[in-house]
Write a protein that binds this ligand. Structure first.
Ligand code: C5P
Length: 398
């Protein structure tokens, strides 16, 4: 993964948004980063060093003139240790200090002494952000190669509304991942299906399912982060297209099947995250069906099994399927892996509150011919990164 084992020095300055830094530390560590936290004195009024020490698993540094620290990890050692310095939140005051090269506290001294890239996420009252001097400072820092992420707009802790909110921890993690993508999938083509399909009954009615498309979209983003050339074939969902991904919207299983088959011969990896309808009406009424009868019988037929057909091609790509089950997860998943001749299957239990279909979180059990791994419950975006990493490792072994 792009930030796995990356040494990230997280600087925290004195803004109420510092409470988000605790979550940021966790999210960074979830992705395998090694995080050391340096706080300004003002930051310690908003969140305690102890909280960040517990979350980072490392001693938190606060003082420039600390004899004990200088014996172990002083400002120069910290500056050398860091592979990236991320200051989140950065206040208007700290932005100004950076601009003018002050070094009168530990964090500003580190910023001056390091050769690591500097990334900052501002958080301040919207008027302070808009002020001419802050804007000039931000511009000067940018010209010197400092990356400024955000701020976002919305309601603020001070009660005002405007631009000045720190970006969310997940957005910052995503940015770092893009920034440091090592590109192990560079030059590889990954084809992904996502979302539900709709099978028309008549011009106004259809059969579909509760798939939100979130898992497939997150996988597409993760694969792109690893440097792959990603094509995402999506059924009808209400998500924005992921960045750096070629999108193709389809409606029915037949359309999804045709779109996949047209592109499969040039794909290296195929990930079928879509919840394709298994059955469709044999006939679609050309006019709206009237409710004249007490009972209405629909005759359904099987849709093409896109995944099975891809896996059974003469020269299939590395093929990954999904299995959403309500019981006997491992047994059903393993039998699907064999029957459909897949390289890998990611299985999840559905029908559990808060995970799976139409929710932000999920948990997966991933199986391949001679192994398996459990990916515990977390945000789908995080899970997607972990899954793509496993896919990548297995794919590179084949
Ligand atoms: O057999 P089952 O429908 O449970 O298999 C689920 C897997 O097969 C998913 O990866 C899904 O995207 C894929 N599939 C497919 N075409 C279908 C049905 C399922 O590609 N018609």
């Amino acid at each position: 993964m792009s930030i796995t084992n990356k040494k990230i020095l997280l600087g925290i300055s004195g803004s109420i948004a510092a409470y988000k830094s605790a979550d940021l530390v966790r999210r960074l560590r979830d992705q395998g980063a090694i995080v050391r936290v340096v706080m300004t004195n003002a930051a310690t009024h908003f969140i305690t060093p102890l909280t960040l020490q517990a979350l980072s698993g490392q001693r938190v540094h606060t003082d420039l003139l600390d004899a004990d620290a200088e014996m172990a990890m002083g400002h120069i050692e910290l500056a050398r240790w860091a592979e990236v310095v991320l200051i989140a939140p950065i206040t208007a005051d700290f932005l100004a200090k950076l601009t003018y090269g002050h070094a009168d506290d530990l964090l500003s001294a580190i910023c001056l002494a390091t050769t690591a890239p500097l990334i900052v996420a501002p958080a301040m009252n919207q008027q302070m952000w808009q002020s001419r001097i802050t804007q000039e400072n931000a511009e000067r820092l940018q010209q010197r190669g400092v990356k400024i992420l955000g701020p976002a707009s919305g309601s603020q802790a001070c009660g005002e509304t405007g631009t000045g909110r720190m970006l969310e921890p997940l957005e910052l993690v995503q940015f770092l991942q893009n920034e440091f993508k090592s590109g192990p999938l560079q030059g590889k083509k990954v084809l992904i299906t996502a979302g539900p399909t709709r099978e028309d009954i008549d011009p106004v009615r259809f059969i579909s399912n509760r798939s939100s498309g979130r898992m497939g979209y997150a996988i597409a983003t993760a694969a792109a982060t690893f440097g792959a050339e990603v094509t995402l074939i999506s059924g009808p969902v209400s998500l924005s297209p992921p960045q750096d991904v070629q999108m193709l919207s389809v409606y029915s299983s037949q359309e999804m099947y045709e779109a996949v088959m047209a592109r499969i011969s040039t794909s290296d990896i195929f990930i079928a995250a879509a919840a394709v309808a298994d059955y469709r009406p044999v006939q679609q009424a050309s006019q709206k069906i009237k409710k004249n009868e007490a009972h209405l019988q629909l005759t359904l037929e099987r849709t093409p099994d896109i995944l099975a057909q891809v896996a059974n091609l003469a020269t299939p790509p590395f093929t990954v399927g999904f299995a959403a089950e309500t019981e006997h997860l491992a047994d059903y998943a393993r039998s699907k892996l064999e029957k459909k001749k897949l390289d890998m299957i990611a299985a999840n239990l559905v029908g559990i509150e808060g995970i799976g279909f139409d929710s932000e979180e999920n948990a997966l059990s991933v199986f391949w011919a001679d192994g398996c791994i459990e990916l515990p419950r977390t945000y789908k975006k995080m899970l997607a990164n972990q899954l793509v990493e496993i896919i990548m490792q297995r794919y590179l072994l084949t």
